[in-house]
Design a protein around this ligand. Structure first.
Ligand SMILES: Cc1ncc(COP(=O)(O)O)c(C=O)c1O
Length: 413
């Protein structure tokens, strides 16, 4: 293992052949970047290469990646199977929209429905999580003939105008209103509130089985069952947003599986393409049948390149048994972080490799210190630090994450 603090830190990154002739430092790249960036972000690190659960910045420093592009790099960086699948598909066919058939998309879809069980049986492909959720809302409205949605406080559904009304955090939502949809927010786990919110105007209840952005907050199996019963009884649809929790991250392909509750619609994105943009709205036959032909669409969704990526991800998950790995390594990570936390950590919670560390001190400086120590993490709701490494992280790397985190937590006790 390379030492994060070694002399490599001083070595400028040698760019891959063909990328540029001169090695570029972080400083040079960020100075060039600043000329045109939108202003939404001010990065101070530049990543140029990855390998499995490791990232390397432009100055040659190595990081253990527990962010994975926010649960995206499911099968790791520079995954050989994924890279090969993309290269081969790029040389065969990139363009074939969903109104035309495509061999690789069909193979990918068959594989997907080996892992996702009936009654989910149909899929619409898009390019992102927000688009997958937007499609879910449109299908829910046409399938029920109703307008209303029930969403959960601290839930995150995406940032496009169609799903923003269902995203809880006011800072994401309020500057862009007013919104037309009828959305009722309920408190996660509050049965009475849910019963009161679902009525004959409700098209769908949308919820994450474990809130990601909201700070790794699981819905109990009882709550998921209640949502299922109420929606069925009152003619509404149940939508599980598994954009962050799905594709094996929690140790089962869908995080909702252990509850035994099956939704009418499940949305996926993030880890499904291993980094290649793809969204998927999975639904039952009955829901799919409600949409008139041509009632929804997208130019790029499900293009052969993203389908080839998705197929490689699913093969990798199955052949390397990454579901068991996520379970086993998640337990190891959580117990390690619990032992390491000291008084800086209030709680470690999660399932599989979807892990939240709630700190007793402001999380921002801890995240920064972790990064300085070569562990890349991300905030997630209040003072919670999310650890979302690629599912291919090794046991030794998990132990290294824990050791580096322990040294950082000790400085905040
Ligand atoms: C649960 C959930 N839903 C939806 C989204 C939106 O996905 P995207 O950023 O791909 O639009 C996210 C992204 O973080 C998410 O975590």
């Amino acid at each position: 293992m390379n030492d994060h603090t070694s002399e490599a830190a001083a070595r400028p990154h040698a760019a891959p052949a063909g990328a540029t002739d001169t090695p570029q430092t972080t400083e040079a790249i960020l100075a060039a970047d600043a000329r045109h960036r939108s202003g939404l972000w001010s990065p101070d690190v530049v990543f140029v290469r990855g390998e499995g659960a490791r990232l390397f910045d432009a100055d040659g420093r190595e990081y253990l990646d527990c962010m994975a592009g926010i649960a995206v790099a499911s099968v790791g960086h520079a995954n050989p199977r994924l890279a090969r699948a993309l290269a081969e598909q790029a040389q065969r066919l990139i363009v074939a929209p969903q109104n035309l058939g495509n061999d690789v998309r069909t193979r990918f879809t068959d594989e997907l429905f080996e892992l996702v069980k009936p009654p989910l049986n149909r899929v619409f492909y898009s390019n992102s999580g927000a688009e997958a959720n937007e499609a879910a809302l449109k299908w829910a409205r046409v399938a029920t003939g109703r307008r209303g949605f029930v969403a959960v406080r601290h839930g995150f559904s995406g940032r496009s105008m169609g799903v923003l009304p269902l995203t809880w955090e006011p800072k994401y939502r309020e500057p862009f209103g007013p919104f037309e949809p009828d959305v009722r927010f309920v408190t996660l786990g509050d049965a009475r509130e849910l019963e009161a919110a679902v009525d004959d105007t409700t098209a769908a209840v949308l919820l994450e089985p474990i809130q990601g952005e909201g700070g790794i907050r699981p819905a109990s199996d009882d709550y998921l069952r209640l949502a299922r019963e109420l929606t069925r009884e009152r003619g509404a649809l149940l939508v599980f947003d598994e954009i962050q929790t799905g594709v094996g991250r929690t140790g089962t392909f869908l995080a909702s599986e252990p509850s035994g509750v099956s939704a009418d619609i499940v949305t996926l994105a993030k880890g499904l393409g291993g980094g290649v943009p793809i969204g998927a709205t999975l639904m039952t036959d009955a829901v799919a049948a409600a949409m008139p032909a041509g009632g929804h669409g997208t130019t790029f969704g499900g293009n052969p390149l993203s389908a080839a990526a998705g197929l490689a991800v699913l093969e990798e998950i199955q052949e390397r048994d990454l579901l068991s790995a996520a379970k086993r390594l998640g337990e190891r990570l959580m117990s390690g972080l619990r032992a390491a936390g000291g008084s800086a950590v209030r709680e470690v919670r999660g399932r599989g490799l979807l892990v939240g560390v709630e700190t007793a001190v402001p999380a921002g400086p801890v995240i920064q210190a972790l990064r300085d120590a070569g562990v890349l993490t991300i905030a997630g709701g209040g003072d919670t630090i999310r650890y979302l490494p690629p599912l291919v992280i090794s046991e030794a790397e998990v132990d290294e994450v824990v050791a580096r985190s322990a040294a950082v937590f000790a400085r905040f006790t």
